[in-house]
Design a binder for this molecule. Structure first.
Ligand code: PRP
Ligand code: URA
Length: 222
């Protein structure tokens, strides 16, 4: 990112479809996640827990269908989520977040998508795609802990749009203003849910202060 002008946090905080968690439990877990002394088993558990909290926030406006039931005492009017819910983990760091979503909504469909960022060019390359052709979702969430240059997120949403899904959201743990602005400008029609917004990208495209490499820290591949 040498020589590239980067927007500041103040430049992006106004984005209309941006939702940044302000929950105190999230702030507590994020501190443990960022800590360099947090080891992979604990790191993965925290990513899952943060994924569950983000799932709770990101699904707050989902549509419902009415559903009649009987309690042990009387008939009652209830609700069910209308249509399927899809979660696309961007491999591999998105896997922990997707597990968090499953804890909140066990019957989500998981659509795996493998994108790897080339460490020199910082361009995302697709290497795995298990997206079904039949689409019966009310919404699909692309999940990935880190939104750095935005290349992976932009490509993932572009690929999902080609599947004709009516409503798409991006869910991440930490974003840099640079990637966040690129994502919002390229795909202004999606909601973006984050646990935190950091200051900048360093010379090799890592988020600062960030948490390091989210994939390596989940899976112990240092
Ligand atoms: C990381 C991260 C995102 C991407 C973000 O993945 O999980 O997918 O980089 O960077 P960007 O916004 O600049 O595209 P990485 O390519 O390192 O693969 P991994 O998940 O297998 O570790
Ligand atoms: N990918 C990561 O895992 N961390 C960063 O800071 C940027 C990209």
């Amino acid at each position: 990112m040498q020589g590239v002008a980067q927007p500041t946090r103040d430049d992006v905080l106004h984005l209309p479809r941006l939702h940044i968690s302000s929950h105190p439990v999230m702030a507590h877990k994020m501190t443990a996640l960022r800590d360099k002394n947090t080891r992979p088993p604990e790191f993965y558990r925290l990513v899952k827990e943060i994924g569950a909290l983000l799932a709770y926030e990101a699904t707050a406006s989902l549509a419902l269908d009415s559903h009649s039931i009987e309690t042990p005492l009387a008939p009652a009017q209830g609700y069910r989520l209308a249509g399927g819910i899809g979660v696309t983990p961007i491999l591999r760091a998105g896997l922990g977040l997707a597990e968090g979503f499953r804890e909140v909504i066990p019957d989500v469909q998981i659509w795996h998508l493998g994108l790897r960022r080339d460490e020199y060019t910082l361009q995302a390359m697709e290497y795995y795609n298990q997206l079904p052709h039949r689409v019966d979702l009310q919404v699909c969430y692309a999940v990935d802990p880190m939104l750095a240059t935005g290349g992976s997120a932009i490509d993932a949403i572009t690929i999902l749009k080609k599947r004709g899904i009516a409503r798409l959201s991006y869910v991440g743990i930490i974003a840099a203003p640079y990637g966040l602005l690129r994502l919002a400008q390229t795909h202004p029609d999606i909601d973006i849910f984050l646990a935190g917004l950091d200051d900048s990208l360093n010379d090799v495209g890592y988020i600062v202060p960030g948490l390091g490499d989210a994939g390596d820290r989940q899976f112990g591949t240092f």
